[in-house]
Each structure stands twice: as structure tokens, then as C-alpha cells.
Design a protein around this ligand. Structure first.
Ligand SMILES: Cc1cc2nc3c(=O)[nH]c(=O)nc-3n(C[C@H](O)[C@H](O)[C@H](O)COP(=O)(O)OP(=O)(O)OC[C@H]3O[C@@H](n4cnc5c(N)ncnc54)[C@H](O)[C@@H]3O)c2cc1C
Length: 223
């Protein structure tokens, strides 16, 4: 049996079953992977010893059926994660605004993922691979060109792994769903897509003139 076949589908546990507008739930793992691979930023949420919840914006990458993320080894919240505090990790891709004829029905198009679980700390080669994956996810094809982390930088960095065991996916790609009596209102209705876009690269002020040529891989990020 394949690894994928052994894993629970998104939304299949009591905690992750989408109850509010369940028709927006997506239950296949390939969509889970696609949304995670398309996102660049996640939010890692956990409560500290006092019960106060915090949500940390973090970079991440998917490594098969896990996520990896990195942070300062001195970070209080990363240390709590490393100690096994339960976490909730979300990724949200905002795809558009949904303009209904009423304020109540106005909404957004999105693809979002929620993962529940516990992080573990990566060490040695897995830690270095995790760092590489995060860099390559954010900045494809750059890792081979840049200086790799030194021993001191590695000591200062914690890399966490979060298994994609218990998760949910919710996607809203629809237009407005106005009440029948509102359809006759003299108001434009529809969707306004929002797209993420790379702007033109801005060279560092201390860039040496001999290295001013923008690498081809950066041009490919625009595609
Ligand atoms: C960009 C964006 C904007 C949103 N804006 C609003 C808003 O303004 N007001 C509002 O009420 N809701 C908004 N939502 C929807 C919101 O995320 C929740 O889905 C909704 O509020 C229902 O919450 P609940 O706890 O009642 O869900 P329930 O259906 O009871 O949650 C049960 C389980 O479903 C899963 N789940 C719920 N929501 C999501 C999700 N978004 N992504 C992945 N898994 C999910 C989780 O595993 C959760 O434990 C927005 C979502 C996105 C992505």
C-alpha cells in the first residue's frame, strides 16, 4: 500500500470535518499538496503556558507528507513547538473578492489548508535538507548558488517538521450566491480575481557591477 493510501484524507477526522459550508471541503490529498505547494506563507498557531494563543507567520515547504519550517533556536514559541505543544498551521491563498448585491453575501475566493498536530525537531542531514527545501520553495533554483549555512548559523536555527496527518482543505471558487430577491437590485455583482505577481527585481545597493545581470531563474519566477 502506498504512503498516500495509508494517510487519512483531509477532513476525515472529527476535529477536521468541515461543518460550516461543508460543500467547500475538499478531501483529496493531491489538492492538499497543490494548495500547500502554491503558498509561500503559513501561520503557525499555538498557546503558550498561560493559555494565550499566538499565530506566527512563517515560511514553510512541503516535504512529501510533512511540512518543514524554520526559526530562531532562541524563539520562545519555536521552543514550545519543539517541546510538543499542539499546533494549528494554516495556509491561505486569497484568489479573489466576491461582490454580491448584499453585504451579507459578499465574500472571498480562497484555497485554504489547516493542519493539526505536533512538530518534531529535525537534526543533521534532515535539518539541512529542510532548510534547502524552504529556500527552494520560496526561491526556486537559488540554493546551489548561495552560501550554505555555517555551523554557527545551523546552531542558531531550529527546523521543525509537522506531519500532514490530520488536516482539512476548504476552497471557495464560486461567484456570488445572492438571495433571489436581491438579484434584481441595481448593483454590479461578480468576482474580482486577485493574483500574486513578482515585480521587477531591485538590485541591492552594494551589488558589485560585475554581478548586475539578473539570473535567468529569477525571470522564471514571473512565469
Ligand atoms: C481568506 C478567507 C477569509 C475568510 N473570511 C471569513 C470571515 O470573514 N468570516 C467567517 O466567518 N469565515 C471566514 N472564512 C471561513 C473561515 O475560515 C471558517 O471556515 C468559517 O468561519 C467556519 O469556521 P468554523 O469554526 O465554524 O468551521 P467548522 O466547519 O466548524 O470547522 C471544522 C473544521 O473544519 C476545518 N476548517 C474550517 N475552516 C477551514 C478553512 N478555512 N480552511 C481549512 N479548513 C477549515 C478545520 O479543520 C476545522 O477544525 C474565511 C476563510 C478564508 C480562507
Amino acid at each position: 500500500m502506498s504512503m498516500e493510501a495509508m494517510l487519512a484524507n483531509p477532513g476525515s477526522t472529527e476535529r477536521t470535518r468541515v461543518r460550516r459550508i461543508p460543500e467547500l471541503a475538499v478531501t483529496d490529498r493531491s489538492t492538499l499538496h497543490q494548495v500547500l505547494d502554491a503558498g509561500l506563507l503559513g501561520h503557525l498557531a499555538l498557546a503558550d503556558e498561560t493559555g494565550q494563543p499566538y499565530a506566527l507567520p512563517v515560511a514553510y515547504a512541503r516535504d512529501g507528507e510533512s511540512l518543514v519550517m524554520h526559526g530562531s533556536a532562541a524563539s520562545r514559541l519555536f521552543r514550545l513547538c519543539a517541546a510538543g505543544t499542539p499546533v494549528c498551521f494554516t495556509v491561505t491563498l486569497l484568489d479573489g473578492l466576491v461582490l454580491a448585491r448584499s453585504a451579507f453575501e459578499s465574500s472571498m475566493n480562497y484555497r485554504s489548508v489547516m493542519v493539526l498536530g505536533h512538530c518534531t525537531v529535525l537534526h543533521g542531514k534532515s535539518k539541512e535538507l529542510g532548510l534547502r527545501l524552504i529556500t527552494e520553495h520560496l526561491m526556486p533554483e537559488r540554493w546551489d548558488e548561495i552560501r550554505k549555512p555555517s555551523a554557527q548559523e545551523l546552531r542558531a536555527t531550529a527546523v521543525l517538521e509537522l506531519p500532514l496527518d490530520e488536516c482539512s482543505v476548504k476552497i471557495n471558487a464560486d461567484g456570488p450566491d445572492d438571495d433571489a430577491e436581491d438579484v434584481a437590485l441595481p448593483v454590479w455583482a461578480g468576482r474580482v480575481p486577485l493574483v500574486r505577481q513578482c515585480g521587477d527585481p531591485v538590485p541591492a545597493t552594494d551589488l558589485k557591477p560585475e554581478y548586475a545581470r539578473i539570473p535567468d531563474y529569477i525571470h522564471r519566477w514571473k512565469a
